[in-house]
Design a binder for this molecule. Structure first.
Ligand code: SAH
Length: 208
């Protein structure tokens, strides 16, 4: 059976830092214990509240386009159990992660601390409002879908920064990459269709 790193490399991702981050981050520590054996497969896994932890190859695609070099401050919306958070923590300087479900945030904190990750702050709250206290962010990654990028996230992105998010349409969610130029959020390209849970919050027009 292929390892997750082999699967991700097979999808055309070659950045050695990205591949090393996946190799160094055991996914089974970031899923509910009863699902630990499934963690080796490239598939989503339920984590409670009807939420999944995303498919690793999809996480890899989204992180890859952020082009993190290790100096960045990153804002993540939708912490879940903290797997993607752990990967981001390895690839950037500092990560702020917002999760709307307090118990999921608690699991993520425990999982990250248990794995020795220290450059992450997990906060409970509505990620559609972003986190103005630590803005601007060099990179923003959103793990739930809405019809458009919530305005606070666009305004908290640094000039030249990168934002990746699934944009909900009737047929599928289209993972889309943006940057900020002359203070305007600018769409760079679509990455892939996918299925995400809704981004539920004040600035997203989405509901449970
Ligand atoms: N990055 C996680 C994804 C978990 S699923 C992973 O791959 O493991 C998406 C998460 O987004 C869920 O935990 C859900 O509770 C959270 N979420 C949805 N809307 C949110 C919002 N407005 N603010 C913060 N978190 C939100």
């Amino acid at each position: 059976m292929r390892t997750l790193v082999e699967v991700i490399r097979g999808r055309g991702m070659t950045d050695p830092r990205l591949l090393a981050a996946f190799a160094a981050t055991p996914r089974d520590r970031f899923v509910p214990p009863r699902s630990a054996v499934r963690a080796q497969f490239d598939e989503p896994i339920p984590i409670g509240h009807g939420q999944p932890t995303s498919q690793p190859s999809l996480i890899a695609q989204m992180i890859d386009v952020l082009r993190l070099s290790g100096t960045e401050t990153v804002l993540e919306i939708g912490t879940g159990y903290g797997y993607q958070t752990a990967l981001l923590a390895r690839l950037a300087r500092r990560v702020y992660s917002l999760e709307r479900h307090a118990d999921l945030a608690e699991h993520a904190r425990a999982n990250l601390a248990g794995f020795g990750v220290t450059n992450v702050e997990v906060l409970v709250g509505d990620g559609t409002a972003g986190l103005p206290a630590h803005a601007p962010y060099d990179a923003v990654i959103v793990s739930a879908a809405a019809p458009s990028v919530p305005a606070p996230l666009a305004s908290q992105l640094a000039e030249g920064g990168r934002l990746v998010m699934p944009i909900a349409s009737e047929i599928a969610d289209i993972v889309t990459l943006y940057t900020k130029r002359q203070d305007q959020l600018t769409r760079l390209r679509s990455l892939t269709p996918a299925q995400f849970v809704p981004l539920v919050g004040e600035h997203s027009k989405m509901h449970d």
